[in-house]
Ligand binder design. Structure first.
Ligand SMILES: [Zn+2]
Length: 409
């Protein structure tokens, strides 16, 4: 297959991209006389071709709960409690159905890789995890799914959770999850999850410092442990919003430590903006992690949708461009170079956070790609177009013209 005349982020001329056996085997300027013969030719029409979008932080089994809620949550603790209540009635098929609805939408929108947090706790046991594991196989032709073994209800707070996490890791969990604000003893929590990461040889992904209270800085402990255990580059943390409420000098010092530890920071604006800042009667804070400061300190900052239509986030759809647009507005990222940066966060940055090694539009990489009609990253971000053509391992899985048939999940 050959895509003719597309714009690649790294090139200022139109390029042709050739794919064979699921891999990118040809990348040359359009019109080159060495262009190989192809069975299928797709006209790029000068639109931007990106590597597949990466959704680095999402909760599948608790998506689409609005119709089951009697009211909106007024705080993080209330969102956790409301969801824990609803979890008692989750069944495996119910979780799979709602998860699949999210995945279908994500694939249509150009997502080829996703990291989900599957809840492992005494309420659900391993059912959410097992449902995710089944989905991972079911959708693998369209999407690579990483599963975080996620102790949403806390570890010391919910006895039996460590054993469930171990079982999930033995069954094929990809990443050890942590949630620093659910357990009173931070050191004990970190001992447990860093211990599991070492024992099973897995990366770590935290929910951390989801507050607008500058006293909450579990991220410092996470960064220090990351360095001490030699896990630089293998640890991520979502939210980290307390950092945005800290005095500048103090926040800058923490950002520097995060950079040194190579911890990837996942900004989750749809949830963070909705939950944080509510206690401020005047001058309410936005409650985001300080994206620009972190990037200035060399931190890999990426963007996740986190939740889709539940007590934590009664908005949203599985479209990374919508989440990036929201961050652009609220983190003052309105320029052309900001748009390029935001697109890099959704692609190369998120791929780095997820440890993907065969990612990108280079020769020999897996042909996971999304083609837009827009001719610049800025237009992609501003238009959030419906029209996208998506390939997974060189096979077209979504096209604005014939979407549902092609996805097949
Ligand atoms: Zn989350």
């Amino acid at each position: 297959m050959l895509i003719n005349g597309a714009r690649l982020p790294s090139e200022d001329r139109l390029m042709d991209v050739g794919v064979r056996n699921g891999l990118i085997v040809y990348v040359e300027p359009s019109g080159s006389d060495i262009a190989p013969a192809a069975k299928t030719v797709e006209n790029g029409h000068g639109g931007v071709l990106l590597p597949g979008l990466v959704e680095p932080h999402i909760h599948l089994e608790k998506a689409y709960l609005l119709s089951r809620m009697e009211r909106e949550a007024a705080s993080l603790q209330e969102a956790i409690a409301m969801t824990a209540d609803m979890k008692h009635s989750f069944t495996r098929s119910d979780m799979k159905e709602r998860s699949l609805a999210v995945i279908r939408e994500a694939v249509r929108n150009g997502v080829t890789h996703m990291r989900c947090h599957a809840e492992v706790d005494p309420i659900l046991g391993l059912t959410a995890f097992e449902a995710a594991l089944e989905l991972k196989e079911q959708v693998r032709h369209a999407l690579d799914l990483q599963i975080v073994v996620f102790p949403q209800e806390g570890i010391s707070k919910s006895p039996g959770t460590t054993e469930l996490m171990e079982e999930a890791l033995r069954l094929g969990g990809d990443v050890v999850g942590g949630i620093t604000y659910q357990d009173a003893d931070l050191d004990g929590h970190l001992d447990c999850v860093f211990g599991l990461a070492e024992k099973y040889g897995k990366p770590l992904d935290f929910h951390a410092d989801f507050f607008d209270n500058p006293e909450q800085v579990a991220i410092v402990g996470i960064a220090e442990r990351t360095i001490a255990s030699g896990m630089q580059g293998l640890v991520s943390a979502g939210h980290v919003t307390s950092l945005g409420s800290m005095p500048y000098e103090q926040a800058a010092a923490v950002a520097e430590l995060i950079g040194k530890a190579g911890v990837h920071i996942m900004s989750l604006p749809a949830t963070d903006l909705f939950i944080n800042g509510r206690g401020d009667r005047e001058k309410p804070r936005r409650g985001l992690t300080p994206v620009r400061m972190l990037m200035e300190k060399g931190v890999n900052v990426v963007i996740g949708v986190n939740n889709v239509r539940n007590p934590f986030t009664p908005f949203g759809k599985a479209d990374p461009l919508e989440t990036a647009w929201l961050l652009a507005v609220t983190a003052y990222m309105g320029g052309e170079s900001d748009a390029k940066q935001l697109i890099r966060m959704l692609t190369d940055g998120a791929a780095r956070a997820l440890g993907l090694t065969d990612y990108g539009l280079g020769l020999g990489k897996t042909a996971d790609m999304v083609l837009f009609g827009e001719t610049s990253e800025r237009d992609i971000l501003l238009n959030k177009p419906e029209s996208r053509t998506v390939w997974k391992r060189g096979v077209k899985v979504a096209d604005s013209r014939t979407v549902s048939n092609l996805i097949g999940v």
